[in-house]
Design a protein around this ligand. Structure first.
Ligand SMILES: [Mg+2]
Length: 317
């Protein structure tokens, strides 16, 4: 019998915060201002190149090979294809960063779902980044108030990055709950969903694009298996379009309408994905132990379904 879920931990980037869209908007505006955009076959190729380099160098930051600042400067040199002096690279990245920050936006479902969860669950964050950066982001997005600052765990300060089980357990400890009573929600199948599952949490994989998981063995191109889906998404139709799902038909999570009343208009996902990974929100975890949700609104339904199953099992309380 599953434990009652009493807490929910969230990833930030591309889970609560629309990282990909703000990155894309900021980069294209910066390249245009620098007179560089015409040097690429297409804007999407520029975005794809930037994203690939970011994923690789950010992984080096996460394993401690580079500082947060260093990975930024290395990305500039690699992207421009020449050694860029530190001062110039710093200025280049600052120009880019200011435009990205101006485009910062939460997903439309983030604030309403956090507000709906807050009365019933302890809420926190586990993110592969630095505390100052993520606090600034959550503040700018107006989401910080949903979390106590003590419930925000960042890899830089903690010393280990997802999918290391320790950082998930630290998030649970900050909530004052055992992992079996904590749900984790993130957009990366392997580092978020499988990482949380392996740490003993209830794993929810947020697949806004409906692509389904890309098995780790197919994503061997990078230093970390989890990087591959994100790289591919940078040049695909998903960028900037994630909230605009195709259809409300298909196989919605059970009782999905219950989530709509609280948080918006999305219903189920329009695609069949159970062959890929996980299971749809209301159906309970699949053999891989991961529950797939197509939006944060579906999380409300899925958490209710977990509670219902537990109640039906006769041990509610
Ligand atoms: Mg993420």
């Amino acid at each position: 019998m599953a434990d009652l879920i009493r807490g929910v931990l969230f990833d930030i980037d591309d889970t609560l915060f629309d990282y990909s869209s703000s990155e894309r908007a900021g980069l294209l505006e910066h390249l245009a201002a620098e007179g560089l955009l015409d040097g690429f076959p297409s804007p999407e190729e520029a975005v794809g190149r930037w994203r690939r380099i970011m994923e690789e160098e950010y992984d080096r930051f996460l394993v401690g090979e580079l500082t947060f600042e260093e990975q930024r400067l290395v990305r500039v040199s690699r992207f421009l294809g020449r050694p860029v002096p530190e001062e110039e690279a710093t200025a280049w990245f600052a120009g880019y960063s200011a435009l990205v920050n101006a485009a910062w936006a939460a997903f439309p479902d983030a604030a309403p779902v956090l507000a709906a969860l807050a009365p019933r669950y302890r809420l926190g964050v586990v993110t592969n980044s630095t505390l100052s950066h993520q606090l600034a982001k959550l503040t700018a997005l107006g989401l910080l108030g949903h979390f106590g600052t003590t419930a925000i765990v960042c890899s830089s300060e903690y010393g280990q990055a997802k999918p290391h089980p320790g950082i998930f357990l630290e998030g649970c400890a900050r909530l004052g709950l055992p992992p079996a009573q904590v749900a984790f929600v993130g957009d990366k199948y392997d580092i978020d969903a499988l990482g949380a599952r392996d740490a003993g949490l209830r794993a929810f994989w947020l697949d806004r694009s409906g692509r389904g998981a890309i098995p780790a063995h197919e994503s061997a191109a990078g230093p970390r298996a989890g990087a591959a889906p994100a790289r591919e998404s940078a040049v695909g139709p998903r960028v900037g379009a994630a909230p605009a799902r195709e259809s409300a038909a298909g196989r919605p999570a059970r009782d999905v309408s219950a989530g709509e009343g609280a948080a918006g208009s999305r219903a189920g996902d329009g695609r069949e994905r159970e062959g890929a990974a996980g299971s749809r929100g209301g159906d309970g975890p699949a053999p891989d132990g991961v529950t797939v949700i197509g939006s944060l609104e579906e999380l409300l339904t899925a958490l209710d379904a977990v509670s219902s199953r537990r109640s039906a099992g006769g041990t509610a309380g």
